[in-house]
Design a binder for this molecule. Sequence first.
Ligand SMILES: [Zn+2]
Length: 937
Amino acid sequence: MGTKPIVKFCLALTISAAMLLQITAPHMAMADAAQRAKSTLLNDKQSQPTKTISTQGENTRTLKLDNNVASMTKKRTIKARFKLPKGTNIKKIRWTYGGKPLSEWKSYKNGDYNGAPFITVTQIKAENGEVTANINFGLAYGTENLAEPSLQRPLYASLMGTYELAAVVNGKTVARAPMKLVPYDSFRTYDELKPEIDAITAQAAQKNNRYIKTMSIGKSVEGRDIYMTVLAKDKATIDKYQNVTHPDMLNHPAKLENDIKSGAFGDYQVPIWINNIHPNEAPGFDAIINYFKTMALDKNVTYKTTPSNGKSSTVTLNLDDALDHVFFLFLYTENPDGRVHTERSNAEYFDLNRDNSYQTQPETRSITEQIARWSPISFLDLHGFDKNFLIEPTTPPHNPNIEYDLLMDNMVEQAKVMGEAGIANTKYDYYHIPYEEHRKTAENPKYVSKGTASGWDDASPAYTAVFAMHHGAMGHTLETPESNEESTKALYYSVAAATDYVMEKKEKLFLNQLKIYERGINNMDDHAVDRYLVNAKNQVIGRPRHGNKNFFPEYYVLPTDKSLQKNPLEAYRMIEYFIRNGVKVERSTKAVSAAGKTYPAGSFIINMHQATHGIANMVLYDGIDVSDYASVAGEIVQDFPVLRGFECDAIREAGVFAGKTSPVTSVSIPATQMPNHSAYVLIRNTNNDVIKTVNELLKSGKAVTMLSKSGTGYEAGDFAVAYDDLHPLASKYDLDVTAFGNNRPVGKVLKPSTVAALGEPAYVLKNLGFKVTDDQQHADVLVNTFDSDKLVEKGKPYIAYGNMGMVNVKNWIPQFAFAGPTWERYEGVFLANIKQDHVITAPYDSEEYFYTVTGSYITKLPKAAKVLATISNKENFFKAGWWPGHDAARGKIMAFTYKENKKNLTVFSNDLTNGAHSQQQFRLLANSIFNAVAGKY
Ligand SMILES: [Zn+2]
């Protein structure tokens, strides 16, 4: 997890573009900061060392070292010796590292490398023709902890490397040896990972018969492999789990429970998944490799633990015994690119630990697919940094799709044993469990917590560990205190203690996980969960049943027929998501009437009587309103029907589809059905494929007309193109196309346009096929850019959205005013009234749910502005989310265009592209671009 990117205190300061970048778009700020830091790294005060190791010269001796690794975070003296060439005066010996004199290896101080040298040589002696010396490596950054973000990228990553340590006499090297400089001893680069896994695997093959298999489960944005190692007692363990145990867990959990209890099921092993997602929280990655090495090669792992009774004891975990009960899934990092670049985010600047449920990124799609394949019983996500060593479970608000009563007690126990081992074997003396700190605070208002007692919640399934809980895992995020060897150890011993815990309690834990699946099979809404679901006053509110008996509906139906489905493409994409995430999908074979509608054969059906009904519900239900809380840790709105804009109905009548469906095991998105030939065809502006198609046609020089008026069978904002131009693209996109006659369509003939945008909007627009640039001067339209006044005054079109966008345009529009939180990112789904007479909004329904993450709304506009949408005035306009004070937004303006005094502005108060998961709103942005830029009428 981590802190929110909002910095409240900046409110009082003058707002500059750079500050806005830093506050509202941390990913952009990061890239910017990296660029700036590059120029301060190893600047002219310090010449660049060379990482190339020269081959031994004829007369050069080997420098013998008692250790060839130096740490940036631990002072270390390395003993060096070499044979002194005859006739050499030892007083003439000079030492270099990476070709630079040691005096030039200056430590980092006050934002630059201008401190005292951190490498020195002492005690140079010569005896019997041999020189000995102490090479002292101090703290390169003046600290034993590299957790501080300003030290991470690109500082320590740039400093680390293998350099040549050399003794030089009169400019001639007389002895040399390679010497590695690392942030801390266990630190590995991504490139070192696979060779080390292979070496350990080869060693293990000589030593024992343990089963070790490493695979690439997917590729990162930049094409790097995401490695996962399966480690078990033997291959039979994995075969039984995959072929017998796991299918039984999902399909016959009750029978499996009985067979486990009676012993009829025989031996079985359960999976522990150890994960890293933020590789700049470096110890997580290294602790996994260290633990894998132990599990692969050793007989025992021995560690101290200090239970709450204070009596310290030593635990020896026999690994062969452990592997009789558990097996391991080592996911070294979900984010290889982040390890390479020392970044929290992936190469598209997405925080993957906010994307596990949304799955907009290749890395999260790969990992979540594997979580569904393995259903780990314990999922440990290794993070940093919390100085008080934080181990989940979390504070409320909790997530109603999780079966807390079957997880929480064991998770608290497991967190405790992890914390106890984590501190007993390190210098740390404290750990805390947010859930426990919150409980103690709630029970005793005078309790003063040293750790986190609020604002560290699991309301969002976007976190990996919380996501895994939906699959019945005990999902823990661990936040180690520092970035160094000690924190790597803290995580390592925590994982060892978790292994011991799962091994000792295997049957109880596994029966609980089976109970979770059994509830799923019975579509049971067990009220035992309710007591975990509390409001901000700690009053039990339970699951949001909205008057229904069962929190879970009997079915979800995703129709595909045009009469019932406004966006079949996204409905198909949702089905792909379900199949990838282990949710069973069916398709109706007959027309079925339910809840006042008749669903044609071919509708997609999610029968909620299944083990993973919580996963399906998580993304399809209406969500929760937790606006009474003072804060939440991350975005909680899932609501894929709203975010992605497709129709999905909850059916509460039991058995209506029984015997009228067949299973779906794979799905492919249908191609466009071309109509009968006519000169022109109409493309309804109903999904994001339409935008991609239009951009592809424009790029290849084809004419695309955006219709300016609605008519029979079409609306303003739809597109007309020549039949023969569209035909070659029909198989590539899923479009709603009809014949449009032989007369030239009336509307705006679009031109290919270049859009200036940065960060997230740039990512979204590129994916929609727009040409994106950061060069405002040469762009046709600007989207949320900074310092654009002069261009806007001259008439360059500008599209603004969200709080940040409105701040940018504020001074360009007389009388314009907006309200809402200034820096807090309130999030929610709200009902809006959409104007049907404008090309930007006519393709949407007159009433739609939209999404905001800025909680902003427009309070005042000049008469010349043309309103496009307003927030609904209905009492229940707010559906779900975390938006304190949302009632003030009721009935207010959401979007408008303004074309006066040469200005060409389009403004939305809500955020159109947030996290790239509000796909339904992407067309508001795309349509605005088509509308704003030049074209022919
Ligand atoms: Zn993290």
